[in-house]
Design a binder for this molecule. Structure first.
Ligand SMILES: Nc1ncnc2c1ncn2[C@@H]1O[C@H](COP(=O)(O)OP(=O)(O)OP(=O)(O)O)[C@@H](O)[C@H]1O
Ligand SMILES: [Mg+2]
Length: 445
């Protein structure tokens, strides 16, 4: 066992709980004992880092009610029940309620250890999956990489977490520069293949023969890698620009997929860029292959469809570049913010990313304006924008969020300084921060 797993031993008989405890401690468990179910319940929360062994017959709350309570707060907690001789119907009922297993008194201590180890293994899997999920969803890894607070982005993050746990192949569709490749990475990181190989291959970057060799072998004599399907085995194989696969390679891909069992050992994440053109990925691929690859689908929406992310992304990119180039991040005026929100962004996040870099370089030189950058990048961009076509509320909110976010960042989370600078009472600031999902903890230090 990597770290000692806790084990709560609940029995009203002192000798019994102590001998169980000693025995399990010898097997490497971190044991704690409780004389009653009531006492144990005070300590055992839903994320208890261990398992439970409990007697059934106890004065006060008996083992059955105790089990019900535990299952009510965490139905995955493994509970091993100790039954008296002849309590078989009770044991059956306990199993039905979700007990991990039961031991009939008098029991063989080795059997107890064996069961406890199995239960601990199950517990560890659940806790690991939970902490991974929490890491990913609570702001850390995935949230930090996939910036955006729009509901479309929130949904995408949730879908990634769900599909990360699933087994089927995934098709990711979206316009150029929307973040499809980033999503493919996140999908791999969110699943149980996270520690395995992650291989990406652009199907459009190779001639047909070279692609077939890179995928299935034999590899070029000077290439010391395995063919991609071998290299990715057990992990994720990303096929970028999947719509450009030739008929021959499609046929070989289908054969390779058919040779895999269910669930497939290797997950294929196919990426298609064709959303913006008339022809879809479905038209471009033979349908039997398409349906295999598209068993699960994710669509990454274009930037213009998630307007409120524009300023968040822009601010974050500008800060990153300012740090890279060692200069102050340029501030965005209300007019510039409006223009950022109104630009059509055909190149999506990548285009925004590039403009952010140029804006920082300009600011460092002390020349040019964001407006001129936007106008040179978007042909039909007007120097002064109107809010025509989009609800005013969307602009106001996006701008408000950006201002608070910027100011919090500059003052490293000092609420007082932000209140002073923006002339906001504490309560209003708190309300707005809650509304825009801004958390003071993210700005400290
Ligand atoms: N939500 C996001 N948060 C932060 N950065 C993002 C986000 N979406 C995209 N990016 C960044 O934008 C750039 C383009 O993203 P990415 O390469 O994943 O797009 P793509 O859809 O795969 O593009 P292409 O169609 O050209 O393959 C990258 O630098 C990426 O890190
Ligand atoms: Mg890409």
């Amino acid at each position: 066992m990597p770290t000692a797993m806790k084990i709560a031993i609940v029995d009203d008989e002192r000798d019994m709980r102590q001998s169980i405890s000693q025995w399990l401690a010898l097997s490497g468990f971190d044991t704690e004992t409780f004389a009653s179910a009531e006492d144990a319940l005070k300590q055992l929360g839903p994320d208890y880092p261990g398992i439970v062994v409990t007697d059934i017959r106890m004065p006060g709350m008996d083992g059955m009610l105790f089990l019900r309570r535990l299952m009510g707060s965490d139905s995955t907690l493994p509970v091993i029940m100790i039954t008296g001789h002849g309590d078989v119907p009770m044991a059956v009922e306990a199993m039905r309620l979700g007990a991990f297993d039961f031991l009939e008194k008098p029991f063989n201590p080795d059997r107890m250890t064996e069961l406890a180890k199995k239960a601990a293994q199950k517990r560890r899997l659940v806790l690991d999956a939970r902490s991974l999920r929490r890491d990913l969803s609570d702001g850390s890894t995935l949230m930090k990489k996939l910036i955006g607070t729009s509901s479309a982005m929130e949904r995408l993050r949730e879908d990634i977490l769900d599909l990360g746990q699933a087994d089927g192949h995934v098709l990711i569709e979206g316009e150029t520069g929307t973040g499809k490749t980033l999503v493919a990475h996140a999908l791999h990181a969110a699943g149980n293949r996270a520690g395995r190989n992650f291989v990406t291959l652009s199907c459009a970057a190779f001639e047909e023969d070279a692609l077939a060799r890179r995928l299935f072998g034999p590899v070029e004599p000077n290439d010391n890698r395995l063919p991609a399907v071998e290299e990715a085995r057990g992990g994720t194989l990303v096929l970028e620009d999947v719509e450009s696969l030739s008929d021959t390679v499609q046929a070989r891909m289908l054969t390779a997929l058919n040779e895999e069992g269910t669930p497939p050992e290797t997950r294929i994440v196919a990426i298609s860029n064709m959303q913006d053109e008339g022809r879809t990925c479905e038209d471009a691929l033979r349908s039997d292959l398409f349906y295999r690859l598209a068993s699960l689908r994710l669509i990454v929406p274009p930037l213009r469809a998630r307007g409120e992310d524009i300023l968040t992304l822009f601010t974050r990119f500008v800060e990153q570049f300012a740090e890279d180039y060692g200069c102050e991040a340029p501030q965005v005026s209300a007019q510039e913010a409006t223009q950022l929100l109104q630009a059509p962004w055909p190149g999506n996040v990548r285009q925004l990313f590039n403009i952010a870099e140029r804006a920082v370089l300009q600011a460092r030189r002390g020349t040019g304006t964001l407006t001129s950058l936007l106008m040179s990048d978007h042909e039909d961009m007007q120097p002064v924008m109107t809010t025509e076509g989009k609800p005013l509320k969307e602009y106001v909110e996006a701008f408000e969020r950006m201002l608070i976010d910027n100011t919090m960042r500059r003052h490293k989370g000092s609420v007082q300084a932000v209140m002073d600078e923006l002339c906001l009472p504490r309560r209003t600031l708190n309300e707005k921060m809650a509304k825009y999902a801004l958390s003071r903890a993210d700005y400290l230090g």
